[in-house]
Design a protein around this ligand. Structure first.
Ligand SMILES: [Zn+2]
Ligand SMILES: [Zn+2]
Length: 131
């Protein structure tokens, strides 16, 4: 599936090819902090099928538990987290910045041990619609 994406301010834009069943949720504590939210949803770009169309990202290099670096790319103007790039060039796109995110659905979750307990139980919360 061909997708496009951008940060909130629109400075950074990209396109990529993804395999929809590979969308995943991560509940690790790094993802909670890096998103400022409860968990992160990522879809990997197919190898060699990611292309930056506009703008430049800032990056933060995180050394993982196994000593492997991973670059977190974000927009230096608006701060949107855009993608992660592993040392061997794998790109994990953050679902919230993907234009076609309504059509993509996670198929698995990782790091369940650090998940915030409420995330498994939001179905019955009152629903409000803004606007
Ligand atoms: Zn931006
Ligand atoms: Zn994580």
């Amino acid at each position: 599936m061909r997708i496009t994406g951008s940060c909130l301010c629109g400075e950074v834009r990209y396109e990529a090819e993804v395999d929809p069943p590979t969308v995943g949720i991560c509940h690790c504590t790094d993802c909670q902090r890096l998103t400022g939210s409860a968990y992160r949803v990522t879809v990997p770009a197919l190898p060699g099928r990611f292309r930056l169309l506009a703008g430049e990202t800032k990056r933060y290099r995180k050394i993982g538990d196994r000593g492997r670096p991973s670059d977190q790319h974000f927009c230096g103007t608006c701060g949107s987290p855009l993608w992660r790039e592993s040392a061997d060039g794998e790109i994990g796109l953050r679902l919230g910045c993907v234009d076609q995110r309504l059509a993509l659905r996670p198929t698995h979750q990782s790091f369940a041990q650090s998940a915030l307990p409420f995330v498994f139980d939001i179905k019955d919360l009152p629903l409000e619609r803004d606007g």
